[in-house]
Design a protein around this ligand. Structure first.
Ligand code: GDP
Ligand code: MG
Length: 163
């Protein structure tokens, strides 16, 4: 069976944008309103001739932050259960949040390989601003701009190494 790579993270960090970038089409819905992707979206993808299935974990509707956090926790647990590798996306512009720390804690407790992806890095002169994310205990954040496609190829190379 082809390996499964799941994208998890808070609403609005750019998960669906990264998903679309990797699968090469606008499949997932990208919205300025957090949590717009319905449930989970599976799509086959390929990199350097290797096939894998990419999962975009979206936001179901939530009324408040508690519901949002509960939902992301559930998505992280589902990803741990079904994925061979997890891309944990954080928002480099917004900075580190408590919810990021929550999710990181869940991911650290699993045996699954995790790549910490710092999205929205258009200006690579500012990668030093990612220093905070080391605190998540998931290694060095990989800076990308899903919107512009910056460094996403290198990210996929890393994914292939770990699969
Ligand atoms: P999701 O909720 O995590 O799936 O996030 P989306 O992919 O829907 O994106 C949320 C918002 O972030 C949208 O307004 C995107 O245009 C924006 N966004 C996504 N990726 C990037 C990026 O690499 N750079 C910047 N500047 N904005 C981005
Ligand atoms: Mg989304």
């Amino acid at each position: 069976a082809r390996p499964i790579v799941a994208i998890v993270g808070r609403p609005n960090v750019g998960k669906s944008t990264l998903f679309n970038r990797i699968v090469g089409g606008r499949v997932a819905i990208v919205e300025d309103t957090p949590g717009v992707t319905r449930d989970r979206l599976y799509q086959d993808a390929e990199w350097n001739g290797r096939l894998f299935t990419l999962v975009d974990t979206g936001g179901l509707d939530y009324q408040d932050d508690d519901q949002m956090v509960t939902h992301i926790r559930k998505q992280a647990e589902l990803a741990i259960a079904e994925a061979d590798l997890i891309l944990f996306v954080v928002d480099a512009r917004f900075g580190l949040t408590g919810t990021d720390e929550d999710v990181a804690k869940i991911l650290r407790s699993s045996d699954k390989p995790v790549i910490l992806v710092a999205n929205k890095v258009e200006d690579f002169a500012r990668v030093h601003e990612l220093y905070d994310f080391f605190r998540l205990g998931l290694g060095e954040p990989v800076p990308v701009s899903a919107a512009e496609g910056r460094n996403t190829g290198d990210l996929l190379d890393m994914v292939m190494e770990k699969l």
